[in-house]
Design a protein around this ligand. Structure first.
Ligand SMILES: Cc1cc2nc3c(=O)[nH]c(=O)nc-3n(C[C@H](O)[C@H](O)[C@H](O)COP(=O)(O)O)c2cc1C
Length: 114
């Protein structure tokens, strides 16, 4: 079983990005129509908006919640990165988190941007 970290980069509640990631996470976990349908991956959804804003804006990798989320990406075999598009770029909240990842954090991993 592979481990997957799924980053939700929307700053909004009631977000379509959340719905998209929940759908992808469910399929990766092996759920079909709400039921387990065979072996799936171990999926952890990381809603970046729930991490402490002061640590993200201050680029503080020592914050425990931020460090835990960074470690989840580091330990994953695959990473889903989902963001709304604002002015032809990914969201600022996602950028603050991606900026905290070590330089080679995604090396050798399957990455699905969406
Ligand atoms: C200020 C602003 C700028 C946006 N810029 C773009 C854009 O450049 N390209 C695009 O395709 N959509 C753009 N959108 C649309 C959002 O990406 C879209 O509504 C997205 O689904 C919002 O995601 P959410 O539901 O997870 O918050 C923009 C929306 C807002 C509010």
């Amino acid at each position: 079983m592979s481990s997957i970290a799924a980053l939700v980069g929307s700053p909004s509640t009631g977000s379509r990005t959340v719905s998209l990631v929940e759908h992808i996470a469910g399929r990766l976990a092996g759920r079909l129509a709400g039921r387990l349908a065979g072996d799936g991956h171990d999926v952890r959804v990381v809603p970046v908006r729930s991490l402490p804003a002061e640590a993200l804006l201050g680029a503080d990798p020592g914050d425990p919640l931020v460090a835990d989320a960074v470690a989840a990406v580091g330990a994953a075999d695959g990473v889903v990165v989902a963001s709304p598009i604002y002015k032809a770029a990914c969201s600022g909240v996602l950028t603050t988190f991606l900026d905290l990842l070590p330089q080679a954090a995604l090396a050798g991993k399957a990455v699905l941007p969406c």
